[in-house]
Design a protein around this ligand. Structure first.
Ligand SMILES: NC(=O)c1ccc[n+]([C@@H]2O[C@H](COP(=O)([O-])OP(=O)(O)OC[C@H]3O[C@@H](n4cnc5c(N)ncnc54)[C@H](OP(=O)(O)O)[C@@H]3O)[C@@H](O)[C@H]2O)c1
Length: 343
């Protein structure tokens, strides 16, 4: 089957500087491409919008960035329309490396290989809570943090994609959970839906003062999604043998002159603390394990899924911008299409 028609796409323009928006990308119409041996034509259904997508878009091509005219890369839930790949068949839904366009030709490789979405799992869940978002939340809490019941767990961007899942896993592991988030709506969701113990609104409250009140004896674990001043606050309060899970640095990605390091990492010496980077790719082989555990919790209602959906491919740049303005509540996704019967 060969699909004819127009393929709408967002292409890389020049390296992104300043506020993110559609003006930083090029909207393009082209022919739907055809796969050759080892490839497949897919319909992109849902895009996973993630803060790290900004990093290669800020780099000039001569410094290793993406050449202008490249479709903006990203992970997506896709439906296979036509396959010349031995492992994938028409009709299957995959979580795969793809691009900001309606149709893509892919070969199933990328940062990690395409994963088949089990039947009964909706594509938005597969690309969000059960995708890399859930994978890093799951292994970040259960393995990198090495939690013990009753310990105090602090997390930033707690109402975001990774944060909302990690905070709930920590609660399920018997930890006392404090979430830091931007805005009352996010804090309300954390308390009422995610059922964590306390929420700090960093926009209207002083996080240092609230932490002093909430945990005068310090914290055991900090799950870091943003870096910057909150990492410093966590280091100051780390208890003996405390752990810091370095998941991401969203607060630094859009900064033209980022100060990457914490100012007070010597605190780790004073408390025999551990700060460890978490890389989702390391856990790729254990994707099924995390997916099964998360799916079970979601179906039992023990983990509430929070998705922030921008509808339409044309909204993809706006969706990326929402991560850096803090507008997103839950996992930021773009919905392009629903799966359709394959002729
Ligand atoms: N290590 C890995 O393998 C891996 C894999 C996936 C994701 N990650 C990381 O996980 C983190 C969360 O990703 P996500 O997709 O779930 O995004 P997200 O947390 O849903 O969205 C980004 C959030 O970051 C906060 N933020 C934005 N600008 C900020 C700033 N200047 N300073 C402080 N906070 C700011 C905002 O939350 P508030 O309004 O609540 O502050 C915003 O909602 C990211 O750092 C990402 O890179 C790592």
């Amino acid at each position: 089957m060969r699909t004819k028609g127009v393929n709408h796409r967002w292409l890389v323009q020049s390296p992104i500087q300043g506020p993110i928006g559609p003006h930083q990308f090029r909207w393009n119409e082209s022919e739907i491409p055809a796969p050759v041996e080892g490839q497949m034509l897919v319909r992109n259904l849902w895009l996973d919008i993630a803060p790290t997508q900004l990093l290669p878009l800020r780099v000039a091509p001569e410094a290793g960035g993406l050449p202008p005219g490249t479709p903006v890369p990203g992970y997506a839930a896709v439906q296979v329309l036509e396959s010349k790949h031995p492992r994938y068949s028409p009709g299957e839904i995959l979580y795969a490396s793809s691009a900001w366009e309606e149709y893509s030709v892919i070969d199933g490789t990328g940062y990690w290989d395409a994963v088949k979405v089990p039947s009964g799992v909706s594509p938005d869940l597969a690309v969000g809570t059960l995708g890399i978002t859930g994978l890093v939340a799951y292994f970040g809490v259960t393995e990198v943090a090495r939690p013990r019941p009753g310990e105090l767990f602090l997390i930033s961007a707690a109402a975001g994609g990774v944060g909302s899942v990690a905070a709930q896993i920590a609660r399920l592991r018997g930890l006392k959970v404090i979430g830091i988030a931007g805005g009352q709506a996010k804090c309300d969701w954390l308390l009422r839906e995610a059922h964590i113990d306390a929420a700090i609104d960093h926009r209207s409250e002083d996080p240092a003062a609230r932490l002093n009140d909430l945990c005068p004896d310090g914290i055991d674990i900090y799950f870091d999604n943003v870096g910057g001043p909150i990492l410093d606050l966590a280091l100051e309060r780390l208890r003996p043998h405390g752990r810091i899970v370095l998941c991401g640095m969203t607060g630094r990605y859009a900064d033209p002159n980022p100060a990457w390091g914490p100012t007070n990492y010597s605190q780790l010496i004073m408390v025999n603390g551990r700060m460890e980077g978490l890389l989702g790719r390391d856990y790729f082989d254990r994707f099924p394990e995390a997916m099964a555990a998360l799916l079970n919790w979601v179906r039992e209602g023990q983990i509430k899924v929070k998705e922030d959906v921008v509808v339409g491919l044309d909204g993809a740049p706006r969706a990326l911008a929402r991560l850096f303005s803090g507008e997103n509540v839950g996992k930021q996704l773009v919905k392009i299409a629903e799966p359709a019967p394959i002729e």
